[in-house]
Design a protein around this ligand. Structure first.
Ligand code: NAD
Ligand code: UDP
Length: 319
């Protein structure tokens, strides 16, 4: 039994990871400032004696003795991380520093939730880990992209300077049950719009691509990376290499929901990457990991989840 700290543990990925680690018999300490996460995500863990929730902002140092740290604290949706860009940068950089100091003090292993955003608007596809990326330093996404790049640098330097045991996971677009319906990401937007027969909001022409990974595949990859040998300190891509345009995603969701929604086009946000597709050779080789859930099957689970959320909201409004 390990004592495991999860920052951002009340968020989409953090709460799913918390449940998995508790089910495997570990003690989980969840640290979160509840800026984009919710207590309802961890409600069924609160009474578990192996689970502890601490309301805390990672920008401020923390001192608890733990064996492992998953550093997930940071808003992931562009709408949310752009709402307070300076806070996003502080969360990424000071949050990483504070957690690395904790890891150093207690000789804990630490995993950073990095992102495919470190590749910016990539000029090579698929993106391997040794691609340095094409990131705008001053754009509206930079607070997140550059914050996460800086965090990776800090992780690598703590490893070189203090032999801190680090893991860097570059996460590509991940979706599934537990996502916040209001967070503005494409999968939640399209499904919620389709279920309500509202217009599907395609930004730009919809020819930009993303590669969507189901949440359980992501969490499996995350835990395998954490449990990998100490030699593996370089970044590892974790994502589903099957690439779709946003128009294709909309069509699949319309088909699976049987929705009557129309497609409408809206402005493409500034610096929106045109393509995203991971090269996962390293994860296959080092972690024997590859995604198992197809987009259709993952979307069916997610549609089912949002149907329940919407019907609970209707019932709550009727009370
Ligand atoms: P999320 O927004 O659902 O969860 C983030 C959590 O961090 C929330 O609970 C939020 O309240 C908390 N948080 C934010 N700032 C904090 C702070 N200063 N102090 C303490 N807690 C703070 O997002 P998610 O999808 O669960 O993403 C988790 C991590 O994975 C993030 O670091 C994100 O950058 C990374 N990531 C996610 C994706 C994805 O597709 N979901 C892709 C790439 C990277
Ligand atoms: N997008 C869209 N309609 C929406 C939300 C997003 O067309 O309602 C597009 C967005 O412009 C981007 C892609 O979907 O090209 C993925 O957006 P998301 O915010 O989910 O994640 P990103 O990969 O941009 O961080």
């Amino acid at each position: 039994m390990k004592t495991i700290l999860i920052t951002g543990g009340a968020g989409f990925l953090g709460s799913t990871l918390s449940k998995r680690l508790i089910s495997e018999g570990h003690k989980v300490i969840c640290v979160d400032n509840l800026s984009t996460g919710f207590i309802k995500n961890i409600q069924n863990l609160i009474d578990n004696p192996n689970f502890e929730f601490i309301l805390h902002d990672v920008v401020t140092p923390l001192d608890i003795e733990v064996d492992e740290i998953y550093n997930l604290a940071c808003p992931a949706s562009p709408d949310k991380y752009q709402a307070d860009p300076i806070k996003t940068m502080k969360t990424s950089v000071f949050g990483a520093l504070n957690m690395l100091e904790l890891a150093k003090k207690y000789d804990a292993k630490i995993l950073q939730a990095s992102t495919s955003e470190v590749y910016g608007d990539p000029k090579v596809s698929p993106q391997p880990e040794n691609y340095f990326g094409n990131v705008n330093i001053n754009g509206i996404r930079s607070c997140y992209d550059e914050g996460k790049r800086c965090a990776e640098t800090l992780f690598s330097d703590y490893n070189r300077q203090f032999s801190t045991k680090i893991k860097i996971m570059r996460i590509f677009n991940t979706y599934g049950p537990g996502m916040d319906m209001h967070d503005g990401r494409v999968v939640s937007n399209f499904i919620v719009q389709a279920l309500q027969n509202d217009p599907i909001t395609i930004y730009g022409q919809g020819s930009q691509t993303r590669s969507f990974c189901y949440v359980n595949d992501n969490i499996e990859g995350m835990m395998r990376l954490m449990n990998s040998g100490d030699h593996l300190t370089s970044p590892v891509n974790i994502g589903n290499p099957v690439e779709f345009t946003m128009l294709e995603l909309a069509e699949i969701i319309l088909k699976l929901t049987g929705s009557k929604s129309q497609l409408i086009h809206m402005d493409l946000p500034q610096d929106d990457p045109m393509q995203r597709k991971p090269n996962i050779s390293l994860a296959k080789q080092e972690l024997s990991w590859e995604p198992k859930i197809s987009l259709e099957n993952g979307l069916l689970e997610t549609i089912n989840y949002f149907e329940n959320v919407l019907s609970q909201n209707v019932m709550a409004n009727q009370r």
